[in-house]
Design a binder for this molecule. Structure first.
Ligand code: PMP
Length: 407
């Protein structure tokens, strides 16, 4: 399954060379944030040493270079997700910011008393709470697509909830906790059959698979740069032009206006209407470099390698006495959640840390799904393009050792 040379690619990530407590770092927390390749670090350095300057405003040389680099990054991202127009790519702070943007403007323009918003039972808090806020303000109702014991959405129940009170469906593409890959094509098709738009939370999809917004016909897509080998503080909201033109701006300020008088302000055109204030210029340019890096390897190749790692890990971890996988969907990507006997995930995570292994423990910002499985949290191992099967072997040995100590 190896279409690229992992050992060579690891050289692109200086952070991976270090030791933790005298042990080589084994980074299995890429679902929380990915490490950054040299080309991204270099791009940030080049920006600040060579052409740091504000975008869209200056006539001067540096400002023009910065503006061109910022807009080139938008074009790179638009091509990566196959957006029909560059101006459908809005730079935000991240997935959370992108979802809040849509929830806010939908709340103000579209959602009325008695309306309904649909989300799923396996959402990250950032695709729950913004909709709860909107629903509370508008006296609308939140409906939840239920999940089964395997961690898969109940599609018949979903179909039955799509009545004419529903104004939007907001659903994750891939679960950050269970790794479930949702049948997003069906989710979108069924909603569109009723004229309902769909927002996809792509935070855990965009780094593992080709996400083609036109093929999916999705109305909104949210993702974070830092989970896609880019810097923190930058993210993307993709929206279809028809929607973005129809919706009001999120925040007011510089850049998002055409003219301002005290009597009336004319808003700027897309994408600037949704980019108030000085943006994260270096972050956006850095994200463009990250996307080019991923494209250079091929996201399909990365996804294939990670699927191999996931299957390898499932098999290898199965040899551990008393292990229980949380989420067993037939279609999974990126992450594995597990518990061993009744050992608290935090205790396990701490002992793994002492062996140089970085995993995530806790509820992973998905408390409702923890409640569903009646567990306090999980240990989550998640994969990036740089992980190896040897690292998974170390994980298995370390979990066994920790379980013996704690058991
Ligand atoms: N949705 C999912 C599925 C996620 O995994 C995350 C990050 N853990 C988010 C949303 C939020 O992303 P951010 O914190 O970068 O805004």
């Amino acid at each position: 399954p190896l279409a690229y040379d992992v050992a060579r690619l690891r050289q692109d990530f200086p952070i991976l060379r270090q030791q933790v407590y005298g042990k080589p770092l084994i980074y299995l927390d890429s679902a929380a944030t990915t490490q950054k390749p040299n080309i991204v670090l270099q791009t940030l350095q080049d920006y600040y040493t060579g052409y740091n300057s504000n975008v869209h405003r200056g006539v001067h040389h540096l400002s023009q270079i910065a503006t061109e680099a910022y807009e080139e990054s938008r074009r790179i991202i638009a091509r990566y997700i196959n957006a029909a127009h560059n101006h459908e790519v809005i730079f935000t702070k991240g997935t959370t910011d992108s979802i809040n943007l849509v929830a806010n403007v939908f709340g103000r323009k579209i959602i009325r008393k008695g309306d309904t918003v649909i989300i799923s039972a396996i959402e990250h808090h950032s695709n729950i709470v913004p909709w709860q806020i909107v629903c509370e303000e508008r006296e609308a109702t939140l409906r939840i697509i239920p999940v089964n014991e395997r961690g898969e959405l109940e599609m018949e129940a979903y179909e039955a909830m799509l009545d004419d009170t529903v104004k939007i469906v907001a659903c994750t593409y891939v679960s950050n906790t269970l790794g479930t890959v949702n049948p997003v094509q069906d989710i979108i098709r069924l909603a569109h059959a009723k004229g309902i738009p769909v927002l996809l939370d792509g935070a855990q999809a965009i780094q593992h698979r080709q996400v083609d917004v036109q093929a999916l016909d999705v109305d909104f897509l949210a993702f974070s740069g830092h989970k896609l080998y880019g810097p923190t503080g930058i993210g993307v909201l993709y929206g279809k032009s028809e929607w973005l033109n129809k919706l009001p701006p999120y925040q007011g300020g510089g850049d998002m206006i055409k003219t301002v008088t005290f009597a009336k302000t004319i808003y700027n055109e897309l994408p600037y209407k949704f980019e108030a204030g000085t943006p994260d210029i270096s972050g956006a340019i850095g994200l463009g470099a990250a996307v080019k890096y991923v494209q250079g390897i091929g996201v399909a190749n990365i996804g294939a390698w990670e699927t191999h790692l996931l299957q390898y890990a499932l098999e290898a971890l199965s040899s551990i006495d008393g292990i229980r996988f949380i989420g067993q969907a037939s279609h999974r990507a990126g992450a594995i959640s597990f518990l061993v006997k009744d050992i608290h995930p935090y205790d396990l995570g701490e002992l793994l840390d002492k062996q140089g292994i970085a995993v995530r423990t806790g509820h992973h910002c998905t408390e409702p799904i923890m409640d569903f499985f009646k567990i306090p949290g999980t240990v989550r191992a998640s994969f990036g393009l740089y992980n190896t099967t040897e690292e998974i072997d170390h994980l298995v040995t370390a979990v066994k050792k920790a379980a013996t100590m704690l058991g």
